[in-house]
Design a protein around this ligand. Structure first.
Ligand code: MGD
Ligand code: MGD
Ligand code: MO
Length: 764
């Protein structure tokens, strides 16, 4: 037995630990100066948008607006390590496949376009022009454009994403699997149904005005560290910060702001959450329903006692639809059902509801803990309905805030990465460019995988990301990629998706966010991104490119487009020479981008108008809609509890990773070090299994589709987590996420509720 990897947890998130880690990270990158210089320009008006996350940038930020994870993301890109043609000559693809994600990316930045050579099982350098030409020939030769899949990861700029969708639609398909299909898709679907806009309604400023902030299913200390600054200021003002998270996450408990000199010198820290509730996995809909039940009860009591009503009747009457049905559904749900599904006691839920009711302005934020379940859309509808009861939307200091992941995932969707584009957008493309864009819906991530598995799909192009590692049932995906006639990966560093080559396979290396993008004939270029608060702003790199052979994402997309669809309809080369021209096209075809080039160049950029935030409801009924969906009859967690050997597993992120990019093997805030194959489990569950901290077990999937799923050799870590719930890291556990288990209406893999059991292993 070994427990060496379990160590001390940080006393607070942030603080000196974060600064120390920043320094280490910059030194380890080999280019501490480039990294440090870059950080001073992160999220500044004249710098680049930090590739770390999609949290908003403050108007009056400190002289530097960055965080530990921003430093890691920047250092990761500004590394002095290079995956050169010599590197690829030294190793066959089969050899590289044996490396972990961590070891593979450690080889540094890609420097040359590479083409797979089957005879030697190696990637060999190729000229850009030859790569584009061959891609064009293969894409043109497919039986139908609908047999190609065009993936996007959310780091791509608005300009590259817009050009990509234009190319792909001109080619003839809407097959746009996107990382957001695995991420906040449920938020988009639910919010469009409820309030007519699939985005959040708050601005960063609203966090300064809220009396209460509910943070549901999100770990900002690790994934959105700059949000902790806003939560900390709110906590210091006395705002209630109510957390729902099965796991006690350090960043939501205490935070020492590295940007606050006095706090740092005193070694102090600020408590973040005022109330921390630990629901069972997938129990949030029940918890919110319980709060709504308490609100209706309080409303009745107030009416009886002649006190002012609790509900915002004026708002509900003027703006909402479905109150009676929602209320009937809430009242028909018993406390017993709510307590069993949420795992929280009625008292706790009533206490949380009291905070909601005593606050004049409430914000609710959420992330993957809410969106990656079977009933995520219903849960988010429930959150929206609950917030509408007291008119907590469309006023300062209040609103709904799905906190996005990738730094431009929201922008990519805004500019047309959508497998089900609206007709208004397609009409605009048709009018502007004079071609008939495809109208039939295309593939999202799960549909694309289905098509790759059944042989329909013949080509895969990935604009960023790590498709094979981010998706469920990893074992099947490798096969699916290898069966393609063509695989193309536009990337900054090598990852495992690159090592599953189709018949013809390319790795095309691109510039990162922090690098100067200088185009022949067009000078230095600016790109733009949209954050979680719908602010669109410019981003210009400041470091010289790591290799003279890199092209920008825009130039690569333009190169593939020209070779595939020709330049008769769109002058790709002209667009790639000057991105202002791409922005002019965005302005012409997408509402909200008026005077794009001008407004982009003011500090902090501009806000894309959000109708719901102005209490304008773009729903079919022209009103905000409360939902009357029943609670799920049984969550995965409830199912697991029927059988003592079964558990509900969630896959989350450690403090030392960016999705499939692993920066290191520590998770300081959770007190584990040097190891990632770990299962966090309640101590009593561990005892019931007859196991101890550090014992080894295989994690076995219990999804009943006849497929055997095993993640071998994981170690138990006793943790503060509800009984029956366990947790471990993504992407290592993706072998257990069943392709066939997808969120209703969102089609999102259910990465936060996987039915598993354990098979003990002998030895340590
Ligand atoms: N440093 C860093 N930053 C990142 C990323 C990264 O990998 N590293 N990834 C980026 C991306 S793409 C995204 S989408 C975001 C992700 O940001 P998060 O959503 O914070 O990511 P996860 O680590 O998946 O954490 C989910 C949290 O939800 C909790 N949770 C799980 N299941 C449930 C549940 O049923 N109910 C409730 N109430 N809570 C639950 C988990 O305990 C965990 O605290 O972060 C972005 N920022
Ligand atoms: N089990 C489980 N699975 C999950 C999740 C989970 O919580 N649990 N989360 C899901 C979520 S929220 C998401 S968003 C997806 C993420 O899925 P992806 O977006 O596909 O994955 P990433 O790991 O973010 O992609 C990393 C790769 O992007 C490339 N890259 C980095 N920067 C750039 C750049 O500037 N340009 C280009 N072209 N390439 C770049 C690098 O080569 C790197 O290897 O994973 C999903 N999968
Ligand atoms: Mo994400």
């Amino acid at each position: 037995m070994t427990t060496e990897f379990i160590g001390k947890k940080s006393a607070a998130a942030g603080g000196w630990g974060a600064l120390k880690s920043c320094g280490k990270r910059l030194l380890a990158s080999g280019s501490p100066i480039a990294g440090a210089r870059a950080m001073l320009k992160a999220n500044q008006p004249d710098g680049f948008d930090c590739p770390g996350c999609a949290w908003g940038d403050p108007e009056h930020g400190s002289s530097f607006e960055f965080c530990e994870n921003g430093v890691k993301a920047v250092a990761w890109e500004a590394t002095d390590k290079r995956a050169t043609p010599e590197f690829f000559a030294r190793h066959t693809v089969s050899e590289l496949s044996k490396l972990s994600d961590y070891e593979l990316e450690l080889n540094g930045r890609l420097t040359h376009p590479m083409r797979y050579d089957r005879a030697s099982d190696r990637y060999l350098p190729v000229a850009w022009a030859d790569a584009f030409a061959e891609i064009g020939v293969i894409l043109q030769g497919l039986d139908s454009p609908n047999r190609a899949e065009f993936y996007t990861s959310g780091r791509t700029s608005n300009e590259a994403a817009y050009l990509y969708q234009l190319f792909v639609r001109l080619y003839g398909t809407n097959n746009f699997p996107d990382c957001s299909n695995m991420c906040h898709e449920a938020s988009g679907v639910a919010l469009r149904q409820a309030i007519g806009v699939g985005k959040g309604t708050v601005l960063l400023e609203d966090f300064e005005k809220a009396d209460a902030i509910f943070v549901i299913g999100q770990n900002p200390g690790t994934n959105h560290p700059r949000m902790l600054g806003d939560l900390r200021r709110a906590a210091m003002r006395g705002a209630g910060i109510v957390v729902f998270n099965p796991v006690r996450e350090k960043g939501l408990e205490r935070f020492a702001d590295p940007q606050d000199k006095i706090e740092m010198l005193r070694g102090g820290s600020q408590a973040i959450s005022s109330h921390y509730y630990q629901p069972r996995l997938g129990g949030d809909m029940a918890a919110v329903r319980g709060m709504a039940k308490a609100v209706f009860a309080a409303e009745d009591a107030a009416l009886l006692d002649g006190r002012p009503p609790v509900l915002d009747h004026a708002f509900l009457a003027e703006h909402c639809e479905g109150l009676a049905a929602y209320r009937a559904m809430v009242e028909a749900t018993s406390w017993e059902a709510i307590e069993d599904q949420s795992g929280l006691g009625r008292r706790q839920i009533e206490e949380a509801a009291a905070i909601y009711m005593s606050a004049e302005r409430v914000i609710c934020t959420w992330a993957m803990g809410v969106t990656q379940h079977l009933h995520s859309v219903d849960t988010i509808r429930e959150i929206a309905s609950f917030m509408l009861l007291r008119g907590q939307l469309g006023k300062p200091g209040a609103g709904l805030c799905p906190v996005r992941g990738h730094s431009n995932v929201q922008g990519d969707r805004t500019v047309g990465i959508n497998e089900r584009p609206g007709s208004a957008f397609l009409d605009a493309l048709e009018a502007r460019f004079g071609f008939a864009p495809p109208r039939e819906p295309g593939h999202n991530v799960l549909a694309a995988i289905g098509a790759m598995l059944d042989g329909t799909a013949q080509a895969f192009v990935g604009l960023g990301g790590n498709f094979a590692r981010a998706t469920p049932d990893s074992a099947l995906i490798a096969d699916a990629l290898r069966r393609q006639k063509l695989t193309v990966h536009i990337a900054t560093k090598p990852n495992h998706s690159h090592l599953m080559p189709g018949e013809v396979s390319f790795i095309l290396p691109c510039l990162g966010r922090t690098e100067i993008d200088s185009r022949p004939g067009g000078g230095t270029q600016l790109v733009s991104v949209e954050d979680s608060m719908s602010m669109v702003h410019g981003s210009a790199g400041i470091n010289p490119p790591v290799s003279p052979h890199l092209l920008s994402e825009v130039a690569i997309v333009a190169g593939m487009a020209e070779a595939t669809v020709g330049s008769a309809t769109v002058d790709w080369a002209a667009l790639a020479a000057d991105y202002d021209r791409i922005r002019d096209l965005i302005e012409d075809t997408i509402p909200g981008f008026e005077r794009y080039n001008e407004r982009l160049r003011v500090p902090r950029g501009f806000h894309l108008r959000n109708a719901a935030a102005n209490r304008e409801w773009k729903t079919p009924k022209g009103r905000a809609i409360l939902s009357d969906a029943p609670l799920p009859s049984e969550t995965v967690h409830q199912r697991a509890r029927r059988d003592a050997s079964r558990f509900a597993l969630q896959t989350f992120r450690s403090h030392d990773q960016y999705n499939t990019t692993i920066y290191g093997l520590d998770d300081r805030y959770r007190g584990v070090y040097g190891e990632r194959n770990m299962i966090f489990i309640h101590p009593d569950d561990l005892t019931a299994l007859g196991a101890k901290a550090g014992d080894l077990a295989d994690v076995v999937g219990a999804f009943d589709d006849g497929m055997e799923r095993v993640a071998p050799s994981f170690r138990f870590v006793p943790y503060d987590i509800p009984r029956g719930s366990v947790a471990g890291y993504y992407p290592e556990l993706n072998v257990l996420v069943p392709l066939a288990s997808a969120g209703r209406e969102s089609d999102t893999p259910t990465s936060k509720s996987i039915l598993v059991s354990f098979r003990r292993r002998e030895g340590a």
